[in-house]
Design a protein around this ligand. Sequence first.
Ligand SMILES: C[S@@+](CC[C@H](N)C(=O)[O-])C[C@H]1O[C@@H](n2cnc3c(N)ncnc32)[C@H](O)[C@@H]1O
Length: 216
Amino acid sequence: MQTSQPADPATRQLTFGDVAIVYDDRVLTPRPWTAAQSAWAAEAAAEAPSGPILELCSGVGHIGLLAMKSTGRRGVLVDIDPVACDFSRGNIAVAGLSEMVEVRQRPVLECLELGESFPLVVADPPWVPSHDIGRFPDDPELAIDGGDDGLALARDCVRTIDRCLHPDGAAVVQLGTVAQADDLGDWMADEGFELSTTEVRTFGGSGVLMLLRRTA
Ligand SMILES: C[S@@+](CC[C@H](N)C(=O)[O-])C[C@H]1O[C@@H](n2cnc3c(N)ncnc32)[C@H](O)[C@@H]1O
């Protein structure tokens, strides 16, 4: 991933995979390792039914856009932050994907249209416990604060995934630690969701990805 400085000094630009991404300090800076989440979504796409990709907590859209561009699938990006959504729209246009990708500035729990089904979902919720966000002074609170145990938004993502995931689909969810992935898996079982973790991949101290599929 290469970074460069565009004309407006307040904005920055980088290349994420082969997608040009513009952002600034009001949003979370795209992290290079998260291209692995796009790659895992593309890998899962090879076995998934046809249909669009849903990205929850998309920020400026890089993870979902790279997955959509590499698979040729249409998609929907969801984020509650209007600044992140504005950057997403610009990044979609530069990628030439305006006809293929929709941005919804909505909370995760209110992002779906009636009866929607997605064969692939990507989710990158805030996962830092509220008492720990001071460790990341450069990151916007909205992008990192995951509530008391760091999993409040991850649980909202699971609720939405449960409502829209195709029976033969897959969801790639990002969290901070293996312990969080285990806790989320336990919570899904306790709550009776027909979703379970089929694989977890770790990326040093950077983060964790978990693959969810329907169990029933
Ligand atoms: C960890 S950041 C991930 C952003 C992006 N995927 C990235 O890698 O930089 C979490 C994102 O969730 C968004 N967010 C926080 N609460 C939300 C909610 N209730 N509904 C939708 N998005 C939310 C934030 O605005 C932020 O962009």
